[in-house]
Design a protein around this ligand. Structure first.
Ligand code: FES
Length: 108
């Protein structure tokens, strides 16, 4: 049986008027595959990474009309805002690959 503890989940708000949230999710999936990080290994354990769009996360006051999307990564519960597709490579490499938060995109 699979354990929910062995999964990192990226939830991307797709409540914007345009397709930016869906585009960000697509870009994250693309980068996970490209960078070979669909499965992470840490502390001797395997961890799958899942990306999905969701209804509004209610994390921002502006991304419905702004240029990017908000997302939250579990289990860390780190939230990023104004994320654009071009930020996907950095989030995947830094946050998921190296375990470092991408400070410039952090939501307060
Ligand atoms: S519009 Fe949903 S978190 Fe910003």
């Amino acid at each position: 049986m699979k354990s929910a503890d062995n999964v990192s989940r990226l939830f991307v708000c797709a409540a914007q008027k345009d397709e930016i949230g869906r585009d960000v999710a697509k870009a994250l999936k693309f980068e996970l595959k490209k960078q070979g990080l669909k499965t992470l290994f840490s502390g001797g354990q395997k961890r799958k990474v899942r990306v999905q769009t969701c209804n509004c996360l209610d994390l921002c006051k502006h991304c419905k009309k702004g240029p990017g999307a908000a997302l939250i990564i579990y289990p860390e519960a780190v939230t990023y805002g104004d994320v654009r597709p071009r930020d996907a490579a950095e989030i995947v490499h830094e946050h998921l690959g190296e375990g470092r938060v991408v400070k410039r995109l952090l939501l307060d």
